[in-house]
Every structure is written in structure tokens, then in C-alpha cells.
Ligand binder design. Sequence first.
Ligand code: GLA
Length: 779
Amino acid sequence: MIEIRDNLYVLNTNNTTYAFRVMETGHLEHLYYGSKINIADPDSLVEKHKFQPGNSIAYDSEHAEFTLEDMCLEMSGYGKGDIREPFVEVVAADGSTTTDFVFESAEKLAGKEALETLPSSYDNAKEVETLRIELKDKNNGYTLRLNYYVFADTDVISRDAKFINTSDEEVKLRRLMSAQLDLNKAGLVVSSFHGGWVKEMQKYDTTVNIGKFVNSSYTGSSSNRSNPFIMVSDANTSAEYGDCYGFNLVYSGNHYEAVEVNAYDKTRIVTGINPQGFEFTIAPGESFEAPEAIMTYSHDGHDGMSRHMHDFVKEHIVRGEWKDKERPLLLNSWEASYFNISESSLVKLAKMGKDVGVELFVMDDGWFGERHDDKRALGDWTPNKKKLPGGVDGLCRKINKLGLDFGIWIEPEMVNVDSDLYRAHPEWSIEIPGKHHSEGRNQRILDFANPEVVDYITESMVKVLGSANIAYVKWDMNRIFSDYYSQYLPKDRQGELSHRYIMGVYKLAKNLTEKFPHILFEGCASGGNRFDLGALCYFPQIWGSDNTDAISRLSIQNGYSYGYPLNTVTAHVSSCPNHQTLRSTPLATRFAVASFGVLGYETNLCDLSKDELKEIKAQIELYKKYRKTWQFGDFYRVEYGNHVMWNVVSKDKKQAIGMLVQKEVMPNEMYACFRAKGLDPDMKYHFTNIKTEYNVKLFGDLINTAAPFHVKPGSLMQNLIAKFVKMPGEVEDYVCYGSAIMNEGVRLHQSFVGTGYDGDVRFFPDYSGRLYFMEAVED
Ligand code: GLA
């Protein structure tokens, strides 16, 4: 996989090649990243430089033809003529900032070592090779270690970097990126994913012809404002065809991705820790590790890139007992009761859950200290005895007795001023003493840069999680940073706070996941404010968004799907009108969308009608039947517009499930065709939908076109008729080859257009959704 030939380094995965060389000057020239190629004469890939352009810096008199600004490089220092985004920025003891890193040594290693201070990917018994390059700074003698990891199986090459202060003096590290990729072209399209609370992962495409596009976060978390995952593709790349690169960072803190095009039409992509506000003091002999960056390339468009990322996350990021285990179907108490919980109300809700078939009951916020609203008690992790007279254990036993597993909500990184913890340790909170503090959700962030705080919280969490038979934990984090200041760090080391904070979070996550390996941990940060590969190293699944509206979820989940597999994104069916949008959508649509994630329910089942409970019971049965495919199959985006179509295919391709959701009904547009991707073209599939019936009330006063007497909408008579008369739904039932479903699609029944309705017509008003099932059949 890794080939070293003189000064040439070639990294091959199953379908891609990455190549660079050591130049005459000792710098690393990037030569190629793309579809797999064979390299005979590397000179054919080397850019030919003879005379440097005017008004630029010649590297040195011996190599006057080289101006570093006009080279594709594997990493860039600062101050030697390359005026683009640097890879590394260091302030030397004399105040100078120029560095000049040149080749020192290269080594090929079998396997992959874990990072020491941060989570990172792992080989998972697959063949992985490491190329370790060491560079030496000609000015100050620092060492920079670049690691390249080659994951042949998933077509991923990942990189990380380590700065080692091999000089005699203390330095300030202002930036250390994780990866840099210089491409000899311009006009590439950056797809990045932005939003905010309840609107995560909205996809934006930006063409970078010149100048710089930055995707970064300064929230203290990877953030819902800008996810660290980005795609970079050619202008004409489509879903299925063309060049597409994907980048992600195994990091949950402030991140930075820049795509810059310079005067020579070269594109530089860097990704790493956000340099804003970042400054680390490194003493002689000390080092600093940058997080691992993930890169993949596909010639098969965005879909191909997504498949690599999905496989990589499933195989080399997610770990532990739950990695390949079907995830339980849960019922969460939050939208059912918010803070208003008690042992008896929770048991009642759980019982309803058991009746419809859920497997795990989760007690959300409100169970500890004086937590009656979001203004107090974070930090006081002891059960509120009025709400839970038997403590967590008492409730857990009752839930277990119902035949359900039990899960709990925690928010370990936070404290309210109105809490015993804050009263005892105001110095443990991130705030500037004596200055006004701007709060978020009435709470403050604990200073996880302080090891004493991490130890204390570890102890309180171990107490909680060890106090009962807890099977699941929802680990929340509900505010972003403000008033950055650690009362623990010295005043000249405040630039270390955000990175040290996140290392403290990882320490706690490691402590708890190692101590409780059976517990399924779900990450959450007001929904998707910390949805990233660092979090996924500890939490196999993450709450995708506090927005449970099925229509909003279409773009949110579609956004996640570019970089993250379905089984990392949790999704719940909730009540209507929806609590975030007040929109009402059919229960079938809510289920269809949520089942394309790890399914759960979050609604007060005690308030639902018999019909709704019956429908939910049937949904849960269906989900369990197809769960393996949904959670571990290959996911495909088929269409995203007014109609959204997705499908998922089992690894053996014998089973597939498709989803079609319509946002807005269009008059006199009655035809729709369901197309799938990823099926076996030569396999025959039995294509079916869910047989269903509709309440006549959904047809309003159209009932009068069929009723022998006049029925007033909303009248007792209408209710009575609705009790006995159901309108039939369409039945789709075909046998077709995979090739036919993928190329032409299945032409569905005509939808209602105002001229007649019977069981051969698709009832398809606004927000309608359908699931289609494809099962392989023998000839
Ligand atoms: C956050 C989470 C919600 C819920 C509440 C509880 O907003 O995202 O799902 O757990 O906190 O306070």
C-alpha cells in the first residue's frame, strides 16, 4: 500500500493513489491525489519550474526557480515566500515567526498507533499502514512529524501532525493544522454544512475561484454552525459522477477548514484546530499533537465519497460493544413531560412504551437536585427524592420489571450558579472573575482544563451510573462558550483553554466508557452541536437535532448523510403539532423519516388515541423486522427536492427499504416514480408498500360527493361515519429486477388530483410519506 522509491512516496488504497516527493530543497511537493494510477516516471507528475515569476520570493539562490507560493506542498511553514494558509505557526523565543521545515527522515510502519492525547481512528484488524515523515525546521531546529495512515479497505488516507520542540527555548505554538492538500486547479466547489439549533447540517455549495472560503467554529464545540465535515468537488461533479474529496476531523472542539485559491490557480485545503484564540506554550522537549484528519477521494461523485466515509466511520471510528450491535428502540421522556417528572408518571409512560414494543426507556432531564426548570441544579448529580423516592435505582428496578432497559440523561460538563456545586466551587467555572458573565441556557461551563474538575465529575458520574442497572446514557452539552477564561490556567496560557477543555471532555468520556463498557452512550449537544468523529469515538450514536419535525428532519438528516452513516444519527417520532415548528405531519411520515436514523419515540403515549397507538405498534414491529438493514445497510440519497427519496440496502443486497416524502402537493401532478440505488441489478425483488387505510375526515367535506345525505365537517355524524368507514390506501405490489428499479424506477399509483378517489389512488397531500420494501425473490 505504501511504496517508497528514492524521493517518491506513493500511498495506494484499493481505488485511490496519493503521491508526493521530496524536492531538491527538502520541501515536500504534493504530486497527486485521485483515482488509482501507476507511476512509472515520477518526473511526469512534477511541476516544471525554471524562472520564478516577478514580485515573488525566490526560495534561495541555489534554487531561485522555486517560489514556495507557487508550489503544491504537503505542509507549509510561515515566512519563506508561501503566503497562503500555513500549516504551522510558531513564535520563537526571539519573537520571530518564520519556520522552514525540510525533510529529515521517512519510515514505513505496519498498523496504526493511537494518538496519545486525543481520540483517533483504529485499524480494527484491517490492513493499515503508516508513513511517518519527520521534518526539521532550518531556522530553530523544531521537529514536525507528519503521519499518513492508509486504509485500503475504505479508500481513506488520514493524516495527523506532531510538533516537537527540539529547540532549547520555550516557544508559542499558534497553529498546527492536521492536513493540507494542495491541488493544481481552481474553481472547485466546497460543500459545507451549516445551521444552528434545530436547523443543523444545511448544505451550502460555494465555488472558490479566488481568495479563501473558511468553515470554522469558535463555539468551543465542533458546532451546529459549521460541521467539520466538508466536500470539495469539481464544478461538474454530480451525485454519481465526477471527482469528489471528503474531509473530516476527529475532533470535537473549535475547528478550522480553509479552501484557498491563489494567483497561480492552485487550491489549498487545510483542516485542523481553529487557530483563533489558540496559543500553546511548548517547553523544550515537549510536544503537541494535532487531531487526525480524514481524507477520501471518489470518482463516483458525492455518493461514492459518502460510501467511503460511511464505511470508514462504521469500521474505524465507532468502537466498543455497540459498534455492530442493533441499537435499541427507545422511548424518551423529554417531549412527553419536560421537567415535570416523577417516578409514577415515568413508570406509567414506560408501561405504555412496553405495550407498543419499545425496548428501552430513557429518563431525560429533571431527575436530580432541585432541577425543576433549566435555571438550576446542574452539577448536583444526586436524585431528587421527591420525584424519585426510590432514587435512580428504585425507578430503574420498576422499569426493568416491565421488561424494559433503563437509560438516563446527564450533562456532566455544566453547572448552574444556583447549584451546590457552584456555591462550593465558583472557581471551577469558565468565567472571568469579577467581570460580567454572559450565560447560555442559564448555565456555565465547568473548567475541564482543570484535572481536578474532571476527576470530581468522573467520581460523581461513576456514582450515578453505578447506582442502578443503567443500559444507556444520553450525554448532553447545552451551551456554547463565552467569556473564555480558565481560573486554573496561568494568565499567559489562556490560549490553551479550549483545546485543554476538549481533552478534559475526552478524558471523562474515556473514564466512563471504559468503566461501563456495556452502556450505550448517545452524544447530544442541544441536538447536533457536537456531531463529529471525535464524539463518535466514544458515543456510537448522536442525537441529530432537537428538531423532531419530519419535514425539517429531511434536510437535517440528508445533510448528515453526506459524511456520517445512518446508525450514528438518532431520530425520534414525536407529537403533532410539532414542538419546534407547530407543523402537523402524518404519523406515517414521521416514522418513515425517523426510521432512516436510529429510531426512537419521544411523545406522551398516554395522550395518544387507540388508532395512533395501534399504528405505532405496527411501526415498531416493522422497524424491528428491518432494523439490521436500516442500521447497518448501505445508504443512498436518490432525490432531494420537493420529493425526497432515500434508500438503504442490506450488505448482501437481498433486502432494501426506500422512502419517499413529499413536501408540498402540486396540483394535477399525479405521477411519481420510486427509484432506488445500490441494488443488485440481476436480482429480482418483490416491491411492496405498507397497506393502510385513511380516516374519512382527512377528505373534509368531499365526503358529500359520496354520502347519501349531507355531512357537516366536525359534526357528530362525521365522527360516527369516521368510526366505521375507512378509505382504502393504494397497494403497490410488483416483482422487478434491481436494474429496472434503479434505471427506470417503479411507477407508483396515480395520486389524488381532485377528480376521484378509490383504493387505486395514492392519498398524497402535503407532507405525505411512504416506505417501500424490496425483498429478493428466487426465480
Ligand atoms: C437538550 C437536548 C434535549 C433535552 C434537553 C433537556 O436541549 O438536546 O433533547 O435532553 O436538553 O434539558
